[in-house]
Design a protein around this ligand. Structure first.
Ligand SMILES: *Cc1c(COP(=O)(O)O)cnc(C)c1O
Length: 366
């Protein structure tokens, strides 16, 4: 926590409005609209919920295909699979670990409807290329920006580039509310329908604004909005977003410096940042030479009381992904990363001395 979370929660309680879309939700969405520069920001209960809304808004139908990386969280795929679509997995780039934009066009078929770039570790995908492909093939782009808040691509905030984007405020992310997320809309044609889908398929938002005199069932939808207690917590975090970002970047830069010599000695590979990307220090990872060395590394650090973790099991090799998805082409970099990447502790409360100790132990363990 950054300090004011419990105070704002008590204010939400005192206001007598604990359901969604109260004063704290409004502050949070206005902040997102202003900072990210999207047309509309709608708070949701999770990034997963925001992706599900985006899939409905994109009118994804059974048999449609959605292009995405395999090296991602299950929600990227599930949101579309829930609408009957087939996830088509494309390999990642070995440098940023983001979807390889040069392999997307080959994966497009007449059934393709959406491309979902995932900004891994808060480092942007090659968005100019992806938007150009989408334009030429008449596809929608839905950014999975779960890890991307406050990052930019060529000066543009992540979440402001695709037709829609999804953010996460899960406690493992940079700005948090326990569970939480937001749907960002950059294409005005989706705004009105998004409000209805989020409010159980009713026009309740219009009713509260006095635009209609009663509210009723107008569309499919679900209950995707968070209550005010969650928004109050989130607002305290948003107020401190710059400080949070700076602190994380400091820890990240410190790690990065520590491991420069290890990389020179070819014992690890450090994260790569393309020149056009400003990141948010969502994650510090190392890529080790092999699965065996990574397993030994995690064990050695565990014995020293340091918790390091690997990340995604590629979706194309998971039981569900194998039965329902399709890998397009070679998945070498996805498979390699799945076996060799390890994440180091990085969180707001991590003290400087402790980060140094971790770095020292990691360097010795390698
Ligand atoms: C965390 C994450 C999600 C899911 O976010 P929730 O808010 O937990 O639903 C989706 N995609 C990616 C890439 C993530 O990192």
């Amino acid at each position: 926590m950054t300090g004011k979370e419990l105070w704002y929660i008590s204010q939400a309680h005192a206001s007598g409005h604990l359901a969604g879309d109260g004063q704290f939700t409004k502050k949070c969405s206005a902040w997102l609209e202003q900072r990210i520069g999207c047309q509309k920001a709608l708070l949701t209960q999770s990034c997963t919920a925001a992706l599900e809304m985006a899939a409905i808004l994109a009118d994804v139908q059974p048999g449609d295909e959605v292009i995405m990386p395999s090296y991602t969280f299950v929600s990227t795929a599930n949101a579309f699979v829930l609408r009957g679509a087939t996830p088509v997995f494309v390999d990642i780039r070995p440098d940023t670990l983001n979807i390889d934009e040069t392999k997307i066009e080959n994966a497009i078929t007449p059934r393709t409807k959406v491309i979902v770039p995932v900004h891994y570790a808060g480092v942007s995908c090659e968005m100019d290329t992806i938007m150009d492909i989408a334009r030429r093939h008449n596809l929608l782009v839905i950014e999975d920006a779960a890890q991307g808040i406050m990052s930019t691509y060529k000066g543009r905030p992540l979440g402001s580039i695709g037709h829609m984007a999804a953010l996460s405020f899960h406690e493992t992310k940079n700005i948090i509310s326990g569970e939480g997320g937001a749907l960002l809309i950059n294409d005005a044609r989706f705004v009105e329908r998004a409000e209805m889908i989020r409010e159980k398929g009713t026009n309740r938002s219009q009713f509260f604004r006095g635009q209609v005199d009663k509210y009723t069932w107008v569309d499919i939808g679900s209950s995707y909005l968070p209550g005010e207690i969650v928004a109050a917590f989130l607002w305290a975090q948003m107020e401190e977003a710059d400080a949070i970002n700076k602190r994380r970047l400091d820890i990240w830069a410190n790690y990065h410096q520590w491991f420069a010599s290890l990389e020179k000695a070819e014992r690890v590979r450090r994260p790569t940042l393309p020149r056009e990307c400003v990141h948010n220090a969502h994650m510090y990872y190392l890529i080790l030479p092999s699965l065996g060395l990574r397993t030994a590394f995690i064990e050695r650090l565990k014995a020293r009381g340091i918790h390091t973790v690997f990340h995604y099991i590629p979706l194309h090799s998971s039981p569900r992904g194998q039965s329902i998805g399709r890998a397009h082409g070679d998945m070498t970099h996805t498979n390699n990363t799945g076996e060799r990447l390890v994440r180091l502790p990085l969180w707001l409360g991590l003290e400087e001395q402790l980060a140094d100790v971790i770095a020292e132990v990691v360097a010795a363990a390698q």
